[in-house]
Design a protein around this ligand. Structure first.
Ligand code: FAD
Length: 390
């Protein structure tokens, strides 16, 4: 028999259909062509200079709102969407974040909770990447506990008037539309805010040490006046935003493994060519133990992602199950990044190699979409029936 493929030791690809493989190859080729040659420079510069062009290209390959149906969306399976996330994040977590926020947060919110008019107005342009969306839930003083948010929307005649601040909002400064969650006298509700509305501004957050090739912004809402039909008609309370987070977390379950794959592959190849003490690093047992453990966790994570993907496609995926995936796969991905870094020694800290960039990015991925602790509390509650959040 042929040698085991070090890039697919468990035969994961055998689980995938021809269509799945085609989606993966399309996104992988796009990343290789349009992202990988530039990403290290963008990262060092702390910019995504061609973000609008990238968004349109991602739209043209069907990657925006990929798993949604109708309104110009690709209607792919959850597994296919996951495979796309792996490829995007193998390039950079910032690219995957752009796509996650667009498709799983902003577009999903409108698709799931919007009126027919809201869907027709926004979704086709967003699917095409002509309109970038953002999703404003987190505030400067309210992150893990969004129920305590201060941003509010009050009625003035039939209009709504929004005031408040959102923080750490991906795509904020480049968005044409913002989905903003705010307190109303009826509880938390979602608003579709065109970003050219007077009183809306989105200053970019600088000096990030992570996700540097991603736009992150503050949203300032200063008497932003919206018509009556700017609100999501039905949904009230945290159920609205949490339903969207569940979608984005699902993508991260897959995506984080892309960053891990890039790190492990870099370390494996490096260990084979780099010699110390007269032989390749790969020939030392301690290096092999690292490579074996990393490969094990990467491939276990893929099988977990695949399992959750099939449940999502079958309509049986529970939010607590997404917590298992997000917690495990991001935590293992960052561990793989750090261990890979050690194999490269000093070269591991250089941006000439992708590892340090991925490791830094994964710090954000570990925190956003529910921190490790929040997912432990979700799982803890599911296991015990005890709510330990407050
Ligand atoms: P806090 O909630 O203050 O938590 C700080 C620490 O305390 C964490 O370790 C947390 O786990 C722990 N902690 C809190 N409560 C408890 C508890 N009860 N028990 C034990 N430990 C606890 N938000 C958006 O709305 N939209 C976006 O597009 C978006 N993009 C982001 C992009 C980046 C690069 C980053 C870094 C963040 C982004 N976020 C976004 C915000 C992100 O979702 C929040 O940072 C996250 O929810 C955590 O909130 P916090 O930073 O306020 O931390």
């Amino acid at each position: 028999s042929t040698a085991l493929d070090p890039r697919d030791p468990l035969g994961f690809d055998d689980l995938l259909s021809d269509e799945d493989l085609a989606v993966r190859d399309t996104v992988r080729a796009w990343c290789a062509d349009r992202v990988l040659p530039h990403i290290a420079d963008w990262y060092e510069a702390g910019q995504l200079p061609t973000v609008r062009e990238l968004a349109r290209e991602l739209g043209s390959i069907g990657a925006l709102g990929m798993h949604l149906h109708g309104y110009g969306c690709a209607g792919a399976t959850a597994v296919q969407y996951g495979l796309a996330c792996v490829e995007l994040e193998a390039a950079d977590s910032g690219l995957r974040s752009l796509v996650s926020v667009q498709g799983s947060l902003a577009m999903y919110a409108i698709h799931r909770w919007g009126s027919e008019e809201q869907k027709q107005q926004w979704l086709p342009g967003m699917a095409a990447g002509e309109i970038i969306g953002c999703f404003g839930l987190t505030e400067p003083d309210h992150g893990s506990d969004p129920a305590s948010m201060r941003t509010n929307a009050k009625r003035d005649g039939s209009d709504w008037v929004l005031n408040g601040r959102k923080m750490w909002i991906t795509n904020g400064s480049v968005a044409g539309v913002a989905v903003v969650w705010a307190q109303t006298e009826d509880g938390i509700r979602g608003f579709v805010v065109p970003t050219d509305t007077p009183g809306f501004s989105a200053p970019e957050i600088k000096h990030k040490g992570s996700l540097r090739a991603s736009v992150t912004s503050e949203l300032v809402l200063d008497n932003v006046r919206l018509p009556a039909d700017a609100v999501f008609p039905e949904v009230r309370g945290l159920k609205g935003p949490l339903s969207c987070l569940n979608q984005a977390r699902y993508g991260i379950v897959w995506g984080a493994l892309g960053a891990a794959r890039s790190c492990l592959e870099t370390a494996r190849e490096y260990s084979i060519t780099r010699e110390q003490f007269g032989r390749p690093l790969a020939g030392f047992q301690l290096t092999q133990a690292k490579l074996a453990d990393m490969s094990l966790e990467l491939n276990k994570g893929l099988l977990l992602a695949w399992h959750l993907g099939n449940r999502m496609d079958a309509g049986t995926l529970r939010p607590e199950q997404v917590s298992y995936g997000k917690l495990n796969n991001v935590r293992e991905a960052i561990e793989i990044a750090r261990t890979s870094r050690t194999i490269l020694g000093a070269n591991g800290i250089s941006f000439e190699y992708p590892i340090m960039r991925h490791a830094n990015n994964l710090e954000s991925v570990l925190t956003y979409e529910g921190t490790v602790e929040m997912h432990q509390l979700v799982i803890g509650k599911a296991l015990t029936g005890q709510d330990a959040f407050r």
